[in-house]
Design a binder for this molecule. Structure first.
Ligand SMILES: Cc1cc2nc3c(=O)[nH]c(=O)nc-3n(C[C@H](O)[C@H](O)[C@H](O)COP(=O)(O)OP(=O)(O)OC[C@H]3O[C@@H](n4cnc5c(N)ncnc54)[C@H](O)[C@@H]3O)c2cc1C
Length: 263
C-alpha cells in the first residue's frame, strides 16, 4: 500500500507513529483558500504584482488589514486568460486539516477572508481594476498535517548540508518555504539541494506500507521544502518503482531498502 493521501491517513490509521508541526511547540503552517478573480485592469502585468498591496497599506494601517487577513505577502498570479488571476492571500492559522470540524471552520474562515479581500480591492481599484470573484476552490488548501515517522527522518542538518543518500528517490531543489504558523510573515531560505531517501518513505512499525508526498518522514523545515508538487510527484513515482522492484526481488520494502543502503 502506498499512502498518497497528503495527510498520511492510511499510515496513521494503521498505527504508524507521526508528528505534526514544529519540533519546539507543534505549531504548523496555515491553510490558504486561494481564489480566482476577473476584471483585472487591462495591461496589468507581473511587474505590478505587489504594487496594490503597498498602496493599500498606505491607505489603511497594515495592522488593521493583518487583523482581518493575517498574511503580509499576498501573491497575485496572472493567468493566460486576459484579466484573470489567482490570489494567494488568506491564511487560516492553527486549524488542523485532519480534524473535520476544524477543516470546516477553516473553510468558513477562508471565505470570510475572501469577502474582506474584495472590500480591500475596491480601495485599490486604480491599480487593480474593478475586479470580481470568478471562482473558489472545491476544497481549502492544507499545507501541513502529519509527518509519518519512517526508517529515516530527513533532518534540518540534511537540508543545510545537502546530504546525499545512497537510496535516493528524489533530489530536492526548492528552498525552505515556511508560511509562519502564528505570525503574518513567510520565512524562506535556500539550501544546497538534498536527497529524499527511500527509507523516509517507509513508516516504522507497519509492514508493506509506504508513504509519498508531503506526509513522508522529515523535520518541520525539511517538509517546508519537499512539500512542493514537483517533489511529491517524484516521490510517488519512486515509491511505485521501489515497490515493484521489492516484489520482483521477493523482499519486503523494508528489507529491499536495507539492501539498497548496504550495497
Ligand atoms: C495554498 C497552497 C499553495 C501552494 N502552492 C504551491 C506552489 O505554488 N507550488 C508547489 O509546487 N506547491 C505548492 N503547494 C504545495 C503542494 O500543492 C502540496 O504540498 C502538494 O500538492 C502535496 O502533494 P500530496 O500528493 O502529498 O498531497 P495532495 O496533493 O493533497 O494529494 C492527496 C490526494 O489524495 C486524495 N485523497 C485523500 N484521501 C483519500 C482517500 N481516502 N481516498 C481517495 N483519495 C484520497 C486527495 O483528495 C488528494 O487528491 C501549495 C499548497 C497550498 C496549500
Amino acid at each position: 500500500v502506498i499512502d498518497c493521501t497528503g495527510d498520511g491517513d492510511i499510515a496513521a490509521r494503521a498505527g504508524a507513529p507521526f508528528k505534526i508541526g514544529r519540533e519546539t511547540d507543534g505549531a504548523f503552517q496555515p491553510m490558504t483558500m486561494m481564489f480566482k478573480i476577473g476584471g483585472l485592469r487591462k495591461g496589468y502585468n507581473r511587474d505590478d504584482l505587489r504594487s496594490w498591496y503597498d498602496i493599500l497599506i498606505q491607505r489603511i494601517p497594515e495592522k488593521e488589514i493583518l487583523a482581518e487577513i493575517p498574511y503580509n505577502n499576498p501573491a497575485l498570479i496572472t493567468l493566460p486568460r486576459q484579466g484573470e488571476a489567482l490570489i494567494q492571500w488568506t491564511h487560516i492559522q492553527q486549524t488542523l486539516g485532519t480534524n473535520a470540524e476544524q477543516l470546516t471552520a477553516a473553510t468558513f474562515e477562508g471565505r470570510r477572508q475572501i469577502r474582506k479581500a474584495f472590500e480591500y480591492f475596491k480601495l485599490v481599484r486604480d491599480q487593480l481594476g474593478d475586479v470580481y470573484l470568478l471562482d473558489l476552490p472545491a476544497v481549502i488548501g492544507v499545507r501541513e498535517t502529519r509527518r509519518i515517522i519512517g526508517e529515516y527522518v530527513i533532518s534540518d542538518e540534511d537540508v543545510k548540508n545537502g546530504t546525499v543518500q545512497p537510496d535516493t528517490v528524489c533530489h530536492v531543489r526548492f528552498g525552505v518555504d515556511i508560511h509562519e504558523p502564528c505570525q503574518t510573515e513567510q520565512t524562506c531560505w535556500k539550501h544546497p539541494g538534498f536527497d529524499i531517501p527511500l527509507r523516509s518513505l517507509i513508516p516504522l512499525k507497519i509492514e508493506n506500507l509506504m508513504t509519498a508526498g508531503r506526509c513522508i518522514s522529515g523535520s518541520f523545515s525539511a517538509h517546508a521544502a519537499y512539500r512542493v508538487t514537483g517533489d511529491c510527484l517524484k516521490m510517488g513515482e519512486g515509491a511505485g518503482a521501489a515497490a515493484t522492484a521489492a516484489i520482483r526481488s521477493g523482499r519486503s520494502i523494508r528489507s529491499y531498502a536495507k539492501m539498497l543502503r548496504e550495497k
